[in-house]
Design a protein around this ligand. Sequence first.
Ligand code: HH2
Length: 258
Amino acid sequence: MGVLNVTPDSFSDGGKFLATASASHRARAMVEEGADILDVGGESTRPGSEGVSVEEEISRVIPVIQAIVSECSTPVSVDTSKAAVAEAALQAGAKIVNDVSGLSDPGMMDVVRRYQAGLVIMHMKGTPRSMQDAPVYEDVTSEVGSFLSGRVRTAIAAGIAAEQIVVDPGIGFGKTLEHNLTLLQSIGELGAMTGRPVLIGVSRKRFIGMITGRDVQDRLAGSLAAAGFAVLRGARVLRVHDVKESCDVARMIDRLLA
Ligand code: HH2
């Protein structure tokens, strides 16, 4: 899953792909590099960020989704927590909703069900504004796993097909360095608890900087190591900025495991 942030303030690529032409150019490049899904987001979720309005988010993502859908057949996911944005995106041709809030908008499940869309359910503790204020868990794996399996059950009860759902522990979303590492080591357990494939987003994240001492633009090697580890532990989808390099890592590890 290649990341395409159409935002002025995302932590690693903010402001780079705001214009529709540069966003669709980047989308084409990611498909050529091996992306199977293009994840378009119009609201930064970096720690401390403020939300944007429905209108603003729609005005950022919809022209980009329309441009991508008209040019290529690679499925588009929309990275949003708002049912109204998800619906506009699905109407424009997106096929998947990537909800980092784990279905907090009461209207979200109904939208996903009506469009028979794919759904990423992610765990986040708190909100982007507050999530890194000393998050505490008694047992991070069982708390995140219980949350995700509960949301999967609720989504299925609401009429969303199980096969449409993947889960994501939300690396960096209300987690300390230790929590992130524990969750990456527990991908197999999270898959078993939820019965669904696990998606992992580690690309360029702060915990990699904490370990390697590198700034955000210099975290490729750390990101690839974490992505490779996630694949080894059973991750089925990787959300990444560096598609070409991540595909190489995934292909090598898949082959070595086979
Ligand atoms: N991480 C980010 C955004 N969306 N979605 C899923 N499912 N999993 C993730 O780990 C995830 C996500 C944060 O990264 P990025 O999009 O690069 O930054 P920003 O939120 O600042 O736009």
